[in-house]
Design a protein around this ligand. Sequence first.
Ligand SMILES: Cc1cc2nc3c(=O)[nH]c(=O)nc-3n(C[C@H](O)[C@H](O)[C@H](O)COP(=O)(O)O)c2cc1C
Length: 350
Amino acid sequence: MSPNPSDSPLILYGTETGTARDCAENFVETLRLCNLHPRLFSFDDFVFEDLSQEKVIIFIIATSGQGQMPSNMRKGWRQMLSKHLPTNFFDNTFFAIAALGDSSYVEYNFAGKKLYRRILALGGKEIIKLSLCDDQHPNGMDEGFESFKKDCITELCQMKDLFPSIETLDESKQLPPKYILRYLEGIEDGETEEMERNENKMISGSERNYVKMRVLKNERVTHIDHFQDTRLITFENATEDYNPGDVAQIQPENFEEVIQMVFDALNFDDEQLDRPFHLEKSDPYVLLPPKHILTYPTTLRICFKKLFDINSIPTRAFFQSLSRISSNEMEKERLQELADYNSLVNANFC
Ligand SMILES: Cc1cc2nc3c(=O)[nH]c(=O)nc-3n(C[C@H](O)[C@H](O)[C@H](O)COP(=O)(O)O)c2cc1C
């Protein structure tokens, strides 16, 4: 079903290393639990001129560099600063911003703060005050983001004139799966090309800039006793241009021994792990895993190596999603306890 604008708030994220995208996907899932059909885009992937026609926009914006906008929203941000933009550009728009940052930086959450001031100056009406989410909080980013989500959804539920079909949040509701897993042997001849064309269309603009380079040398240049581990990395055929201050991101993969522990625990056999498949979106606005991480056809083994973040500390939303699909009552209850903030603070599972 394609979303109808009256139940489809727009969610835009600005990210450098993926946290804002994860938070945005999590917010989308929560809105779907409220019977809405949100549209999710990376900031620069949405046509800037169309922003003024949106009734409700939720921004999830990380700060990168030294108080800078993340790379996937720099184009849009330049347009937003244009002197030619009418001061009533956002007159018809309600908005909320979750700013993701780290209070150990002097320029704490500057990207979110700058965006907030600019949208207000252009006539935007805030749904809730700017939310500052802090990596340094003892409960991590989740703390600020969870309260942002709760406050924002409470307010959206009051906006019945904009969202007639909105329902109060029911976290136990089972949502339809986001992806359809299509095993290669079930795909008809000729269909694969069409699927590959669709997959390429789905690459977000900022994801097209990734290049693969082989590392020739990786040398530590600071003394072993110094607290900072600064590296000089030499790449093979480093043909890409770069300027002082540019940042290279490294896409990590899981270690073989960690992956093996997971396979042993889950009892997967080689046939299951190496069966090739394509992923399809079940809803037009769901995001597929980034193309620089996963290309198709893929396999579960590749997903365990490149995509799943096996070592990350599970978030509240992770336990909440698991509890929704668990069919064992005791297990469900335990997962709900872990998803509950108060018990999460006291738990020592990680
Ligand atoms: C290289 C780098 C620079 C950062 N600069 C800032 C900053 O200036 N201000 C701030 O509040 N947070 C800063 N942060 C913290 C990030 O905003 C925070 O970790 C955020 O969750 C990252 O979100 P993302 O993964 O979506 O990019 C920086 C993080 C990194 C890795």
